[in-house]
Design a protein around this ligand. Sequence first.
Ligand SMILES: CC(C)(COP(=O)(O)OP(=O)(O)OC[C@H]1O[C@@H](n2cnc3c(N)ncnc32)[C@H](O)[C@@H]1OP(=O)(O)O)[C@@H](O)C(=O)NCCC(=O)NCCS
Length: 172
Amino acid sequence: MNPLTIRPATAADAATLTALGARTFRDTFGAHNTPEDMEAFFASHYREEIQLAELADPRNLYLLAEVSGTPAAFALLRDSPPEKGVPGSRPLMLMRLYVDQPFLGAKVGAALMNRCVEEARARGHDVLWLGVWEHNTRARAFYAKWGFSEVGEMTFLLGNDVQRDHVLALWL
Ligand SMILES: CC(C)(COP(=O)(O)OP(=O)(O)OC[C@H]1O[C@@H](n2cnc3c(N)ncnc32)[C@H](O)[C@@H]1OP(=O)(O)O)[C@@H](O)C(=O)NCCC(=O)NCCS
């Protein structure tokens, strides 16, 4: 694999994050959802002005992974109130973790997760937590390998479809 770099994203990366976020979301969930629900989700989550606002929000840390300068994956960490069942006194949410198709299974996800853990520890958090769709077997296998355990459930709204997510947590 060519050199992988991971860095905090800036406002200059907003359009890249919009395109990468929408593409990876479609690749992962497009086949399981109606086009209407997907479009509604993109309208409310992936537009350049939305990523610009997210990048300016002090609760957020966007990490962008690049392979030889090509955007390959991103993670979004958010310091926000945890779901019921999440342990720890200072939990941090891993809100999004997405690897672009050409780079799947090449440990880019592992490198990003490693960085997320480092960033969370450096900011004084004691737990990393997330929600993962109950049928996302690939991601669930990945998180299990990292030692995340199931601590609850939450709902996720994709367009008009209410979906069930498992809430997972990892002590840092
Ligand atoms: C989950 C995800 C971030 C993992 O990143 P990745 O770079 O593909 O994973 P890595 O190469 O670091 O680790 C690979 C591990 O993932 C799992 N995995 C890899 N390829 C897989 C496949 N085709 N099917 C099922 N599991 C697979 C295995 O546990 C594997 O471990 P191993 O290679 O040691 O056996 C990535 O697959 C992804 O972006 N998926 C689509 C988006 C998504 O579902 N994000 C999470 C939303 S909650």
